[in-house]
Design a protein around this ligand. Structure first.
Ligand code: SF4
Length: 408
C-alpha cells in the first residue's frame, strides 16, 4: 500500500517538505497562472513532548526560547513583506510544532504584524492545537485575536494508543477539548486522527469513528501511521519491539475510514481529508491547487508560483540568522517536467482529479500517457469523467504508484 506518502501532501506539507525533502524530485516550475490569493504559514517549532512517530521540526526547549522565536519570526515577516504586498491574503495557518503553546503576548504581536497585509478578505485563520492546551481562557484568547478554525490533534480516542504514542493528552481531555471549543463558539473544527496503529483492530477503528460522529465537527484529517527516519518508532521497530500492521490491515482501515465518514456526511475531498459541505480547508487546498504561500519560521516552506523555498530546520541557526544574507534558506526553481509531475501528484489526490485541459499547457498529451490511463481505468483505479482523471477508492490506495507511472 502507498499510504505513507499521503501524509506528505496533507495538512503539514510545508514542514514535511522541509524535513524530508523527499518530494524535491517531483517539484518543478513555470506556472503562468495569475495569482490573486495567497496564504501565510507560520511554523511554531516547539512541543511539550516528542510523539514517537514524529519527524517534524520542533524543540522541546520551549521556555525562554519562544519569546526570541516570536521576535525573530516577526523580523522575517517584515523582511519578506514585499512578497505579499500585491496579494490578497486568503488564509493564515499557525502550524508546528505546537502553536497552542503561544501566549497572548506572542499572538498579539503576530496579529499586529498581519495588519500590514491586505487581509480584508481573509477567510480562514487556523491554529493547530493540542487538546491539553484547550481551556476556556485560551479559547477566548484565540477567538479574540481572530482565529476562526481549530485543527485539534486528537490522533486517537484510545488511552492505551495515546500513551503508546507519547501524546501529551488522554481521551477524556479529547472529549473535553471538543466540548469546550464548541461552547466557545468555534464552528469550524478539524481534528487529526491516526490509523494503522499496531494492535489496533478494525473494530477499534470503527468504534472510534462512530464516537467521533457524535462530536458533530466539520473536518477530519486522517493519516496512516508511518515509520519515519530517526524517530522513536523507527528505533522500536528496528529493535523488534514494535510490529507494524501489514499493508492489508492499513488498506482495510483506510476503506473503513472513507466509507464510514462518507456515510456520516463528510466529503472525501482529498486522500487524507474529509469535510462537511462548505468546510474544505482553504489553506491546505491552496497547497494542492499550487497557489502562492509564504512560510515563516524554521523549516517553513514557501511557494511563489515559480520557486519553492525552505527555511533552515534548526532553531538556533534560524535565530542567529541575518535575513539580508541568503544562508538561512534554500530554494529551487521549478522546471517544466517538475511542474507536470507536481500537477499530477497533487491533483490526483483530490476529488476533482486532474483536469486534462490543464495538462494541455504542457503540449499534446502523448500516446503513452493515454495508454497508462486506459490501463488504470481497466483496473478500476481511475475513472474518467468528461475532462477529468479521478482516482477511485481502490486507486486512492495506490495513489503514489499511479502518480509515479504518470510522471514525465
Ligand atoms: S505534538 Fe505534533 S509536532 Fe509535536 S511531537 Fe507530537 S506530532 Fe510532532
Amino acid at each position: 500500500m502507498y499510504l505513507s506518502a499521503y501524509k506528505y501532501l496533507g495538512h503539514i506539507i510545508p514542514s514535511v517538505f522541509n524535513q524530508t525533502q523527499k518530494l524535491n524530485f517531483i517539484l518543478g516550475s513555470n506556472f503562468n497562472f495569475v495569482i490573486s490569493m495567497a496564504g501565510i504559514y507560520l511554523h511554531i517549532p516547539f512541543c511539550a513532548k516528542k510523539c514517537i512517530y514524529c519527524d517534524f521540526h520542533f524543540s522541546t526547549k520551549v521556555k525562554n526560547n519562544i519569546d526570541a522565536m516570536t521576535k525573530k519570526m516577526i523580523e522575517e515577516i517584515k523582511h519578506r513583506k514585499w512578497e505579499l504586498e500585491n496579494e490578497k491574503i486568503n488564509s493564515i495557518y499557525f502550524g508546528g510544532g505546537t502553536p497552542s503553546l503561544l501566549k497572548k503576548v506572542h499572538l498579539t504581536k503576530f496579529f499586529e504584524e498581519f495588519q500590514a497585509f491586505n487581509i480584508n478578505e481573509i477567510k480562514e485563520i487556523t491554529m493547530e492545537v493540542n487538546p491539553d492546551d484547550i481551556s476556556t481562557q485560551n479559547l477566548s484568547l484565540w477567538k479574540s485575536v481572530g482565529i476562526n478554525r481549530l485543527s485539534i490533534g486528537i490522533q486517537s480516542l484510545d488511552d492505551m494508543q495515546l500513551k503508546w504514542m507519547n501524546r501529551s493528552h488522554n481521551s477524556k481531555q479529547n472529549t473535553n477539548a471538543i466540548q469546550l471549543a464548541k461552547k466557545a463558539g468555534f464552528n469550524n473544527i478539524s481534528i487529526d486522527l491516526i490509523y494503522g496503529i499496531p494492535k489496533m483492530s478494525n473494530k477499534d477503528w470503527e468504534e472510534q469513528l462512530d464516537e467521533i460522529k457524535k462530536w458533530d465537527i466539520q473536518h477530519i484529517s486522517a493519516y496512516c501511521l508511518t515509520v519515519e527516519n530517526k524517530t522513536a518508532l523507527m528505533y522500536s521497530v528496528n529493535k523488534g519491539k514494535t510490529l507494524m500492521p501489514d499493508e492489508e490491515t492499513q488498506s482495510e482501515q483506510f476503506k473503513i475510514l472513507s466509507n464510514k465518514l462518507s456515510s456520516f456526511g463528510f466529503e472525501h475531498y482529498e486522500i487524507s481529508n474529509f469535510s462537511k459541505p462548505n468546510y474544505r480547508a482553504i489553506h491546505n487546498s491552496s497547497y494542492w491547487d499550487r497557489k502562492k504561500y509564504v512560510g515563516i519560521g524554521p523549516s517553513a516552506h514557501s511557494f511563489d508560483g515559480k520557486t519553492r523555498r525552505w527555511n533552515i530546520a534548526n532553531n538556533k541557526t534560524y535565530l542567529d540568522s541575518h535575513f539580508y544574507e541568503k544562508n538561512w534558506y534554500e530554494e529551487e526553481n521549478l522546471n517544466q517536467k517538475d511542474q507536470w509531475n507536481e500537477l499530477v501528484l497533487t491533483k490526483l489526490r483530490t476529488i476533482d482529479g486532474i483536469n486534462k485541459m490543464e495538462l494541455l499547457r504542457f503540449g499534446e498529451i502523448d500516446h503513452a500517457f493515454k495508454e497508462k490511463i486506459d490501463s488504470f481505468v481497466k483496473l478500476k483505479w481511475i475513472n474518467e469523467k468528461e475532462n477529468s482523471i479521478i482516482l477511485t477508492l481502490e486507486g486512492r490506495l495506490r495513489a503514489d504508484h499511479i502518480a509515479s507511472e504518470l510522471f514525465k
